[in-house]
Design a protein around this ligand. Structure first.
Ligand code: SAM
Length: 273
């Protein structure tokens, strides 16, 4: 693969604007004894500043060439480099005692959505995250219910995190410049409403089905999974569309369907007894 194709595939737009770097550092402000994980350190635009703070620093980089460059730039004592895909990384492996992780990075745009979904599994060990993402992703993450940007990503991520867009960044802050604007966002885990395994699975499935046919009414898009009685029981209007339901509505539907399903199983068992 040519160097330019690889650069494109891995979203390698390196930060060169020192003012933007300073603003990101002001947001992160690592403190003593904290553990920081930087995703996609690249050539160290942020890393070279982060190592100056008295925090423990890990970096996750997928490109072997860049891993070699980083190894030459930074001592092992200052930085632990993980040559691995950030989407497969087990973030709990670097957590120390009762310290929650602070995760930061100028993210390659192609992985920002799957990364957010991966990080949901680790909300109980995350203190906060500070990411540079594509402007449109920030727009989707902070979209209000009922608007066109509100979608599957909004529902799944805001179930687990508060998301705040802090500032926007123009393409000329990077080399080479991307074709799109970027935004710096901060995410903080919310107390997660615990669901049993079945309800959790159904919640994800309902959100996927509803937004998969977002122009259809819920009666149609959730047909075969949610029936008239379940809409009545939860008080959710079946003539609404995916974008009209908030996170709690999807949770209510999932819990109602699972309760109905386990109720019917109980009846069958009683009958056989
Ligand atoms: N932090 C550097 C900067 O701001 O200049 C580089 C940011 S660049 C937008 C994204 C970086 O993420 C690149 O170094 C790229 O190789 C790396 N990367 C791409 N996909 C990755 C993945 N799945 N896991 C870990 N790193 C990845």
């Amino acid at each position: 693969m040519s160097a330019s194709r690889k650069r494109k595939r891995l979203g390698q737009h390196f930060l060169v604007d020192t003012q933007v770097i300073d603003e990101i550092l002001m947001l992160i402000r690592p403190q003593i004894n904290q553990t920081l994980v930087e995703i996609g350190p690249g050539r160290g635009a942020l890393t070279s500043h982060l190592i100056r703070y008295p925090a423990e620093l890990h970096a996750i980089e997928i490109d072997p060439g860049l891993v070699q460059e980083l190894q030459k730039l930074f001592s092992r004592d200052a930085l632990t480099i993980h040559h691995v895909d950030a989407l497969k990384f087990d973030y709990s492996s670097v957590k120390r005692e009762d310290q929650r992780l602070r995760i930061v990075g100028n993210l390659p745009y192609s992985i920002s959505t799957p990364l957010m979904l991966h990080l949901i599994k680790f909300t109980d060990i995350i203190e906060d995250t500070c990411f540079m993402v594509q402007y449109e992703v920030a727009e989707r993450l902070t979209a209000k219910c009922g608007t066109s940007h509100y979608g599957r990503l909004t529902v799944c991520v805001t179930r687990a995190f508060e998301v705040e867009t802090v500032f926007h960044v123009e393409p000329d802050a990077f080399s080479p410049p991307p074709e799109v604007r970027s935004s710096v966002i901060v995410m903080r885990p919310k107390p997660l409403l615990a669901l049993d395994e079945d309800s959790e699975r159904l919640f994800s499935e309902l959100v996927r089905l509803a937004f998969g046919k977002r122009r259809k009414t819920l009666r149609n898009s959730l047909n075969g999974v949610i029936d008239v009685a379940m809409f009545q029981e939860t008080g959710i209007d079946a003539s609404l569309r995916a974008e009209n339901l908030n996170v709690e509505d999807y949770i209510e539907l999932a819990k109602c369907a699972v309760a109905r399903d386990s109720g019917s199983k109980t009846k069958v068992l009683t009958h056989h007894d």
